[in-house]
Each structure stands twice: as C-alpha cells, then as structure tokens.
Design a protein around this ligand. Structure first.
Ligand SMILES: [Zn+2]
Length: 441
C-alpha cells in the first residue's frame, strides 16, 4: 500500500487534500504509521490536478499554449491584433512596456508563446523571446502587465575528444560538438600550436561545461582541462582560479599562454589617441574608426615586438607609412605603423622574439605628427590593445600550488580516462553514429 501511494506521489503532481498530504508525509517519515493514519482506497481523496507550471513558471492547467515565430513585417501591434487584443489595450501595453521593450525592435523569426484560456480560447498572455535566454511577458487578462524574464542556464560537465582528419572544425562538426570549442581550444593553445597548421592525426581531449536552456544545448561554459597532441608532442592545460592565479596552466603549473607585452616600448609612452570605433579623423575630417592606440613617442624611439612571432609585412604602404606586421600565432597578430624605419633584418618571414626591436617611431604615411599607431588583431579583427584580456604568462603562485596540484591530478585522471573513448571515436569516424555513441556515454 505504502509503495502504491509513494509512486502515485512521485509520478503525478496530483494534489491531495491537505489532511491526506500531511498523513502521507507522516507515512513516509515513519516506518510504522499509526493505523488511523494509514491511507486506504477508502480514505484517500484526490482532487483535480490544478497546478502544472511551465518553464516560465506559469500554471498551464487551464491554458492552451501556442507557439509561433514573428513573421516578416510583423510588429507587436500586429501580433496582438491577430490575438484579438483591442487597440486600446495595445496602447496601454505599449505604454507599460516603454522601459523594457521597444515594439519597433521586433524582428522576423523571434519566438513567441501565446497563452489562451482553454475553455474560451481567449488569449491573455504573450511571451516574446529576444533570444534563447531573455524574454518579455505581456499580460492583458485581468490587468495589463509587462515584465521581463530570463531563462536559467544549467550546466553539465562533459567531455569531448577526437582526431583531426582535416580540420579541428570538421572533427567537431562530425561529432556534433559545438564548434565554439574549436575557438576556445585555439585560444588556450594559441602559443603552443598553430591552429592553421594542424596535422592529420593530431588528437584532442577536453573536459568542459556544457550549457543547457530548457534542456536544450545552449553553449559552452568554462573549459576545465584540455589536452592536445600535435605533431608528436602533447600539450595540456588546466583551468585554475585562485586568489593569486587565474587562467590555464600546464601540469607543471606553468602558464600556458604567454602574455603579449603591454605596450611595444621598453619605457612607458604617452597615449595620444585611444582605440575608438567612431572617431572623427583629424586629417580626413570625417568619422572613421581608430582601430589602434597612438603613442606619442619621440622620433626614433625603438619599437618592440610585443611577442614571439613571424614578420608577415615590413614595407611602406600608403596611409600606413612604414608598417611592420607580426603574426604571433593563429590568434594574435600585431601591427606597428608610421615607422621612421625598420630594424636590421626585419623582413617578411623573419622570426622575432618578444621584446626585439623591429623599427623606430616616425611620421610616415598619413599623419599629423610623430607617433606610433599600434594594433592588435585577434582572429583578424582589430581589438583595443588597452583592454584586451592578455593571457597570463606567470606560473601558479607558490601559495596555491598544492590546491592546483590536487585539482590538476583529478582532471588529468579524467582526461586519461577519455583516452580510450577518443580512440574509439577516431576509429569509427566513418560511421558517425558509432562515434557519437562513444562520446555521449
Ligand atoms: Zn592611430
């Protein structure tokens, strides 16, 4: 009998009347319930299930739910009119939503959910999604209300592994894994591995947070540990966040990512113009992005390469004047403009070291005065060198070494355990179903 009640309690959300509920609780917490509290078919009364919450927290017992997507040229007014909401009500809804929603921002394809009373099919609520996460709730049943909400992101720690046949992207796509992983891996190992020159047979494994919204994959969170076998060498990285150390470290506790120098000078120089995507250009007299930082250094000041890399350009190029461009890895490239001249040996193809002099401050090209225009590109896009999050180059702080080692050992063991699965995946890449099975265990 007890089993029967328990399963009923567990499976359905049937609401029992209060007395029965309390009896049930007593029943579950005591091994030997007093006989008068024992529930039998005769004293158990069920009432109609009246609460069933959806993922937005609304009771949908007496509701009809319809989902849709915003059509081309549809705006909030038209959506609401289609739901038979009166123009007067829409006027109030618009007024109420002034702070949280702009009706002219509705775009085709946006998801919406309509709640209707199940007996009359009368709509009373609209939830309009801005994206997978955030949404606006419009209600006009009893009173007109507009609120915003946000779906919860849940996380699950999961694993991925594979062997590169052609590219990391393809390997991940083949396995149904989020290709964002590829971006993150290439950032982590940017200093060890050139992700544009991977070799067939290179292998990777990682442990990462997979994010879900409404039970559906949403994105990836933090990468906790990763290993990359490239060209016969194995690179590993463990994410650690302590009081003093934060970032990716190898199993010896050394920073995996080497920092770029903060600025391309030995001594600090005055910044005369900052990165600004919407600057008024002093020479051209029009709005033009300023995709770098200007340093007002004296003419002839040595300019340093901010990191190890390969010179990919060293020439006079129009408005840029004498320019040196250095590719540090698959992710980072830097450029140095308006140079007075190049340092000896700086030609395309030359390897340079971090801190090596590559040229001298000048005023070549389209400039108003002597300065260095310095740029950082990540994945080909100019970014602000002053607030780019430069990866750490330091090792784990001694005070946090033990904590790091504990964490690292656990993660390393788990990476090793993926090993055999990774092999399975590599063998069965021809039959994606099998490899998926192997990975999703
Ligand atoms: Zn500039």
């Amino acid at each position: 009998m007890k089993e029967k009640i328990r399963s009923k309690w567990g499976i359905s959300a049937f609401t029992l009347i209060l007395v029965v509920t309390s009896v049930l609780i007593l029943n579950l917490t005591q091994n030997e319930p007093p006989p008068e509290f024992t529930i039998t078919e005769h004293n158990m009364i069920e009432i109609k299930e009246d609460v069933q919450l959806d993922s937005y927290g609304f009771n949908i017992i007496d509701a009809e739910i319809e989902e849709g997507r915003v059509k081309r040229n549809q705006n909030l007014y038209l959506i609401l009119r289609d739901l038979d909401v009166s123009p007067q009500t829409i006027y109030v809804i618009n007024r109420e939503s002034k702070d949280v929603f702009r009706s002219n921002r509705v775009k085709p394809g946006q998801r919406y959910i309509v709640y209707k009373e199940s007996d009359s099919s009368k709509p009373y609520r609209l939830i309009l999604h801005n994206d997978a996460l955030s949404y606006v709730i419009f209600e006009w049943g009893n009173e007109i209300r507009v609120n915003t909400g946000q779906k919860e992101i849940t996380k699950e720690i999961t694993e991925a592994s594979g062997v590169i046949n052609s590219s990391l992207y393809e390997s991940l796509v083949e396995q149904d894994k989020n290709i964002l992983i590829a971006n993150r891996l290439s950032e982590i190992f940017a200093w060890q591995i050139d992700f544009f020159r991977l070799y067939p047979g290179d292998e990777y494994k990682l442990i990462y947070e997979k994010q879900f919204v409404d039970g559906k994959p949403y994105g990836i969170g933090e990468i906790l540990a990763a290993e990359f076998q490239h060209n016969g060498r194995t690179y590993d990285a463990y994410y650690f966040e302590g009081e003093k150390s934060e970032g990716f470290y190898d199993s010896d506790g050394n920073g995996v990512q080497k920092a770029l120098l903060k600025a391309p000078f030995k001594f600090s120089q005055r910044i005369s113009s900052s990165f600004n995507r919407n600057r008024f250009h002093p020479v051209l007299k029009r709005r033009m992005p300023h995709n770098g930082v200007d340093y007002a250094a004296p003419i002839g000041t040595p300019v340093l390469s901010v990191g190890d890399g390969e010179v990919i350009e060293a020439q006079y190029r129009g408005a840029n004047g004498n320019i040196v461009k250095i590719r540090h890895n698959g992710t980072y490239t830097t450029a140095y403009l308006h140079l007075n001249g190049f340092a000896r040996g700086i030609t395309p193809g030359t390897r340079v070291k971090q801190g090596q002099v590559i040229g001298y401050v000048g005023k070549t090209g389209r400039v108003t005065g002597v300065h260095l225009h310095y740029m950082i590109y990540t994945n080909g896009q100019p970014v602000n060198p002053l607030n780019i999050d430069l990866p750490p180059s330091k090792a784990i702080d001694d005070s946090e070494r033990e904590e790091f080692d504990d964490l690292m050992q656990q993660l390393r063991q788990r990476l090793m355990d993926i090993g055999s699965e990774g092999k399975v995946a590599s063998v069965s890449i021809e039959s994606p179903d099998e490899s998926r099975k192997a990975l999703d265990r």
